[in-house]
Structures are given as structure tokens and as C-alpha cells.
Design a protein around this ligand. Structure first.
Ligand code: SF4
Ligand code: SF4
Ligand code: FES
Length: 216
């Protein structure tokens, strides 16, 4: 099928859109289109990918304005005009490649506290750490101190000593989550961060009440 691919080219604060006319298979993914461009038309195009089947999280980007994984997004579901742009709320390194380190710092922060609290480490089994939720989150877009969606999920999921969890919950801006569900709408694995946030809030209140209404 014929596809007109419009791709963001450039760096943070400066860029333009480049158009490519492609003829791809019916079953092609958006990542296949990008590979086609890179290997046949313009080797300078920069983007991230690894697994090609939706498990590494590397290929998250804006596709027709919505955060998606390029490798599992089929061209036939999008129509003949496709615009690809880098994720929002991360620094653009070049073209479609962003710097995800702020998200990983949040995950590390939660993991470090988790290690301290539970003396154990569990790999997330749902979240592929793609960053789509951070890109879509209105709270994170204005408050970079916000723990952020996937870190909230990670934090809520891990067992740890109750008092410590409550203390961390208060410190990390959890109460600024709007429960708006934009992160759920874009998550490739339907991670329900608002549910996690509500559970953490309930736990926080329970612990504060048990402490006689005092919080730090
Ligand atoms: S919670 Fe979902 S959208 Fe967010 S990083 Fe994990 S997989 Fe991606
Ligand atoms: S529900 Fe909370 S974490 Fe998810 S997008 Fe909205 S404000 Fe962000
Ligand atoms: S390349 Fe791994 S999720 Fe797309």
C-alpha cells in the first residue's frame, strides 16, 4: 500500500518535517516504514528500536499525535498519511530519539527505596518502560518533580514496609496525579496508574490515621 510518511527531523527546539512516499506491505508496521527510510532512502534518520515485537519499549513515539509503539502499530490501521514525532516531555536528542533518563531516574529512585525497604528486587512484569505515559501526562509536563506514571505503578506494586511506603508517597508528589487516565489511554499494556495512585493514597491516609493524624 502507498503511504505518505511525515517525519520530524531535527533536535530540541529546532526541526522540520520531511516527507517520504513509500510502498509497503499491507502488514507493515510504522517501524517497518522507518526501517525502509533508513536503509533505502536516508541513513541519517535517527530513532530507537530493539525487539521489534513490543516488549523492549524502545520504539515509543508520537504516531498521528498519539503515543504508540512503532513496531506494533500497523500502517493499515492509520490510513495513508502518517506523521511520526518524538515523545513529548523528554529532551529530543535527534529526530525521533529522545533522552529517557529522567524516567529511568524516577524508576531507580523507587527501586532504590524498594531495595532499602524490602531487601528484594522484582522486575516489572507489565510495564516495558517505554515512556509513553510520561509523554502524555499533564502533571509531568508542568511538574518534573512528579514521580510520574510508571514509577507510581512500580512503587504501588512492590511490597514494602507500610510506614515507609506512606512516607514516600507523601514526598513524591503522588497527590498531584490528576487521575485523568491519559497514561492508561496510551499505555501499550493498559497499566492502570490511577488505580495504583488511589491505592497508595488510601494507604497513606490509613497510616496517617493510625499515627494519630500526624504526618511528617
Ligand atoms: S506504564 Fe505503560 S506507558 Fe508507561 S512506561 Fe510502562 S508500558 Fe510504557
Ligand atoms: S492519571 Fe496521573 S499519572 Fe496518569 S496521566 Fe493523569 S496525572 Fe499523569
Ligand atoms: S522495538 Fe521493542 S517495543 Fe518496539
Amino acid at each position: 500500500m502507498k503511504v505518505k510518511l511525515r517525519v520530524f527531523r531535527g533536535r530540541e527546539g529546532e526541526g522540520h518535517y520531511q516527507e517520504f512516499e513509500l510502498d509497503v506491505d499491507e502488514g507493515a508496521s510504522v517501524l517497518d516504514c522507518l526501517e525502509h527510510v533508513r536503509f533505502r532512502l536516508d541513513e541519517t534518520l535517527v530513532y530507537n528500536r530493539a525487539c521489534h515485537h513490543g516488549v523492549c519499549g524502545a520504539c515509543a513515539m508520537l504516531i498521528n499525535g498519539k503515543e504508540r509503539l512503532a513496531c506494533i502499530t500497523k500502517v493499515r490501521d492509520l490510513g495513508e498519511e502518517i506523521t511520526v514525532e518524538p515523545l513529548k516531555n523528554f529532551r529530543v536528542i535527534k529526530d525521533l530519539l529522545v533522552d529517557p533518563s529522567p524516567m529511568f531516574s524516577k524508576l531507580k529512585l523507587v527501586g532504590a527505596r524498594m531495595l532499602k525497604a524490602s531487601e528484594g528486587y522484582k522486575v516489572l512484569d507489565e510495564c516495558v518502560e517505554c515512556g509513553a505515559c510520561y509523554s502524555s501526562c499533564p502533571t509531568y509536563s508542568v511538574f518534573k518533580g512528579f514521580l510520574g506514571p510508571s514509577a507510581i505503578h512500580f512503587f504501588a506494586k512492590e511490597p514494602k514496609e507500610e510506614g515507609l511506603k506512606a512516607e514516600e508517597t507523601g514526598l513524591d508528589g503522588l497527590w498531584t496525579c490528576l487521575l485523568c487516565r491519559r497514561c492508561v489511554e496510551v499505555c501499550p499494556y493498559d497499566v492502570d496508574v490511577p488505580r495504583d495512585a488511589r491505592e497508595l493514597r488510601k494507604e497513606y491516609v490509613r497510616v496517617v490515621l493510625r499515627m494519630g493524624g500526624r504526618c511528617r
